[in-house]
Design a protein around this ligand. Sequence first.
Ligand SMILES: [Zn+2]
Length: 182
Amino acid sequence: MAATDLINLPGLIDDVKCFALVRQHRWPEGAVCPMCGNGAVIRDGHDDTQPCRQRYRCKACSGRFDDLTGTVLAGHHQPLRVWVLCLYFMGLNLSNRQIALELGLDGSDTQAMTEQLRRGLAAKTPAVELTGEVEIDEVYVVAGHKGQPAAVAKRAGSGAGAGWQARRAAARWRRTSRPSSG
Ligand SMILES: [Zn+2]
């Protein structure tokens, strides 16, 4: 019998901690109004169906929002803990298929979730986070090529040009292959 038959993982995950995780990730300095960007917000009860989902009111623009407003996690039928587990499995490099099996989800649902999560936990683009070994692109400007695009184009198929393109492609891969998980 597979472990997944015995353990309902989402059922073991604490909603309180999941929402705390989103708040910490989204607003490390405290809640900020997604409408006007003001930090003068007050707590305003909780969601009617999700008691851990904190609601807020902005003192500046009187806007109302909650922990998930404006994020990819808002307005989806999956509970937050399923999203959090999905994110965790992505960090373990599990395939969409494996994630779908673990969470008991439809394959296309899982695909949609992982695509959205890759764009970031919050809908806004998070600031680029550099961790571990950081590699800076080298810039190759051959003096003779400056201001002579025709000459460069003519050389594009040559060894030098191909080498430069390969280096650039490798550098781009290094940047994009380490999506920020946090
Ligand atoms: Zn506001």
